[in-house]
Design a protein around this ligand. Sequence first.
Ligand code: BGC
Length: 482
Amino acid sequence: MSTEQSTPQVETPRSKAVFKWVLMIALVTFFAGLLFGYDQGVIAGALKGVGDSFKVGDTAKQIITSWVTLGALFAALVAGTAADRFGRRPILLVAGLLFIAGAIIQAITPGVGILVLGRVITGFGIGFASVIAPLYAAEMAPQRIRGRIVSTYQLAITFGIFLAYLVSDIADSAEWRTMFLLAAVPGVLLIIGVMIVPESARWFVKVGRTDDARKSLAKVTEPAEVDSELGDVEAQVAAEAAEGEASWSEVFSPRVRKALIVGVGLAIFQQITGINAIIYYANTIFDSAGLVSTESQTKATLYCVGLTNVLATFVAVAYIDRFGRRPLLFMGLIGMFVSLCAVALGFATQSTADTGAGTSIVGIITMVGLIVFIASFAFSLGPVVWTIISEIYPGRVRGKAVSFATAANWGAAFLVAEFFLTLTSGIGESATFFLFAAMCVLGFIFVWRYVPETRGRSLEEIQEMWNKGGSIKSWDETAPKP
Ligand code: BGC
């Protein structure tokens, strides 16, 4: 149990009110992630039906699948600036509205052109939500459970993917319009949630609305701590304001560069280690595991990929603030490396012995490899990357820097989606998976060398660390004990 529960304050009615608000903030974060995840998963089930209805080929299918990523990339780039100007809540509201609009357009589309338009609009919604939801959660969450609240976001992404797989499993592919329409539900939930929660206190302080900041903080902080918390935020914002409005060039300035490299590097490693290629290829891999019928493949994808993804994310939510970010990343990358090598070996052996009884053993190793990979990603790179991105930047540039790192994540996701097929047909599946495994090794070195442990630190303390030169070694020596 976390330390806060040993303090007597937790039993007072006031603490219950704080708990209620923190829960609401976690819920808003959850709905934002749900919307992201549902869309990641729904296309796998809807695509066949879309293809049958409009008689389109692979190129159109690829555009229908991937342009949502382009929409997200573009929105992610402007989200930070917009959130700094208008506040976090209005942008989350816009994200919800865009998502509903996109879902309706996709559901009622008369043809492929309008469908792609709906996809791009949905992408805008996801791009805004993927930048602002973790940022808002990190700014509002009490520091001792910040990791847990932000990783709720990843839990919701995985839950959204699972729900979409479930809908695809239950519905017939001809019902693709309903599948898309259902995506409006998380959009509606997000809008309702955002209308209830307070605006980020940090943002209020930034725009000079101290009274509003105090009211906002009072909801998520024990009364005795409100003043000191507000003082910390004010001091930080004042120091930042003294230097004037943050520009894009400042995001790339030497002062922010180290933090930027950490966030962007993690965002890219999250994608180039192959998560979405694996999610995309799950059916093919289960095929090689001996599941011949489409129905059994869909079930295996639903439970082995979808459910494993959700369950393993709970591990991160439970341990991210106890073990810390770095240990989870290390363990996850090792698990991903080993399992990718197993899948690669599975494919290598399969291609030379793809007939007869031997195949199923290879297939089972591949299937277990796949489950271990998903689980390893889900308790590490999945949630930890979004958490770290939301907490390492100086407040003045936080909006823009989070935007940039998130856009890098979408860019890398787009490239992997685009080039995975080219790679597999060029160098083969086995070599492709070995390549992803090699990326895990690079990711491991990157984390070991550059990523600081941020568990138990306030956002202000994290800034101090960068201001003092960002040496991971000296920072780790003063790290709070689990
Ligand atoms: C990634 C997505 C991925 C998902 C899988 C997220 O953290 O950003 O690209 O599909 O995890 O659970």
